[in-house]
Design a protein around this ligand. Structure first.
Ligand SMILES: [Fe+2]
Length: 221
């Protein structure tokens, strides 16, 4: 009975998170596409370092909503191509707390809430919102932080051209031991070496609306 109850809870969690991911798609397609790539990347990385298939899927689900809080940020800040002012940056940096608060409202399990809340923490403690450092940052959030930055670096944005994989790798190595967990970053760079076509195209296909519907070819939820 416990097993059945757990499965039902997991199915409900998946249904809610996919529904929230669709709300991101309707609000901000750039964040949605970014989240889809980050979900795929983090799933690959989690499997690469030995996570079970189910744990890696759960992390991919968390990744789909890691920027959920941005749906509450106004368009003038969200879509601004110039540098943000200090006040605008302060508002933007509230998105992990907003996202986590939304998930708590849906009674989503702490695993997902933590990944969303702490995905902008940095290994040396200079991140936000809590300023956690090192292994005090949940490993889910440390993994997300790596692939999140990789996708931002390798994506086209109105204000910047995408970096090549090689240039992104160099840039991320500069952040080793300051921004990222060095061991996890090393694993990610090894994974990049082993998958020459690791980087996904900018536009990815849609999500299944309900668990059980056909899956997209690039993500296995
Ligand atoms: Fe974020």
């Amino acid at each position: 009975m416990v097993g059945i109850a757990q499965t039902e809870r997991e199915q409900e969690t998946k249904r809610v998170l996919l529904s929230l991911a669709h709300s991101i798609q309707e609000r901000d397609i750039v964040t949605y596409e970014h989240s889809r790539r980050v979900a795929t990347y983090v799933q690959r990385l989690a499997r690469y370092i030995g996570w079970s298939r189910q744990d890696a899927r759960n992390l991919a689900l968390a990744a789909l909503v890691h920027d959920l809080g941005k749906t509450w940020i106004t368009n003038d800040i969200l879509n601004k191509s110039a540098a943000l002012s200090n006040e605008e940056r302060r508002k933007m940096e509230r998105h992990p707390v907003i996202g986590a608060t939304i998930l708590i409202g849906y009674e989503i399990a702490p695993f997902y809430v933590e990944a969303v809340l702490y995905h902008h923490e940095a290994w040396d403690g200079h991140g936000y919102p809590a300023g956690l450092s090192g292994e005090n940052i949940p490993v889910s959030a440390r993994l997300l932080a790596i692939v999140d930055v990789y996708d931002v670096l390798t994506s086209q944005r109105p204000y910047k051209r995408p970096l090549t994989t090689e240039d992104a790798r160099k840039r991320m190595l500069q952040g080793s031991a300051t921004s990222f967990d060095p061991e996890l970053l090393h694993a990610f760079l090894c994974l990049l070496d082993q998958m020459p076509n690791f980087t996904l195209p900018q536009h990815v296909c849609g999500l299944p609306h309900q668990p059980g519907e056909p899956m997209s070819p690039i993500i296995d939820l």
